[in-house]
Design a binder for this molecule. Structure first.
Ligand SMILES: C[S@@+](CC[C@H](N)C(=O)[O-])C[C@H]1O[C@@H](n2cnc3c(N)ncnc32)[C@H](O)[C@@H]1O
Length: 217
């Protein structure tokens, strides 16, 4: 968990560094390799076209949407970088907002929350899921969990920008609390560097089940 919060502290300096879109993207590519392959494998067979991406960062996952992509993030720097990166693509939209206060006007086949859960308090997660469950047919969540026997992993997590690192069981419990969202699949994998253990969850929305059934045909 984070332990340094004053603005001149190592943690605060690291936070500011990772607010730079280029630094964030480079870090993702270097340390977090293999995510794409794991996500594709986990979601194989799930029919979806449109995506709502909560905590979209710089839009790294927007290519997963065949049409209709909305990325939402509370970081002005990330949203600006994402808009610049995809300015020629009218199918990709990016919104600067706190996802727990989002007003959704459209429905989406799939909601992504990739490496975002540990940035949100339980209250914020509940508020996000309440919104997601009214508009999204499926929810995919990828989060992380320290590897206890690896001191480098523990050190990295102590400096992580997210203040709400939860055990896989706590993550699952929180997700399953959401009204209408039913767990379909759960899994985990170690990153190739053994710095991260990632959890993966796929939840289906019972409330929007009929539309989903039509989509499968
Ligand atoms: C580790 S990054 C992951 C970004 C992206 N999902 C990816 O995998 O490349 C976490 C993101 O969550 C965003 N975030 C944190 N709290 C948020 C909130 N309340 N509403 C929207 N975005 C939030 C951060 O700004 C950051 O971009």
């Amino acid at each position: 968990m984070s332990c340094f919060d004053a603005s001149g502290s190592p943690r605060a300096r690291l936070d500011r560094l990772f607010e730079h879109p280029a630094v964030f993207n480079a870090y993702q590519a270097l340390v977090d390799g293999g995510k794409m392959r794991q996500i594709r494998r986990f979601l194989a067979g799930l029919p979806f076209r449109s995506i709502l991406d909560i905590g979209c960062g710089t839009g790294n996952w927007s290519h997963l949407a065949a049409d209709g992509y909305l990325g939402v993030d509370s970081s002005p720097a990330f949203i600006e970088a994402a808009r610049e990166r995809y300015k020629g693509d009218p199918n990709k939209r990016f919104l600067l907002a706190d996802a727990s206060e989002l007003e959704l006007v459209q429905s989406y086949d799939l909601c992504l929350m990739i490496s975002v859960l540990h940035h949100l308090s339980d209250a914020k997660v509940r508020a996000v899921l309440e919104r997601v469950s009214t508009r999204c047919r499926n929810l995919f969540v990828l989060d992380l969990y320290p590897i206890p026997w690896n001191p480098a992993s523990r050190a990295l997590y102590a400096l992580d920008r997210g203040d709400y690192i939860r055990s896989p069981q706590e993550q699952q419990r929180l997700l399953e609390e959401a009204d209408g969202l039913r767990l379909r699949k759960a899994g985990s994998y170690f990153s190739p560097t053994f710095l991260y253990r990632h959890t993966l969850f796929l939840l289906e929305n019972d409330k929007l089940g009929f539309e989903h059934a039509l989509l499968v045909q």
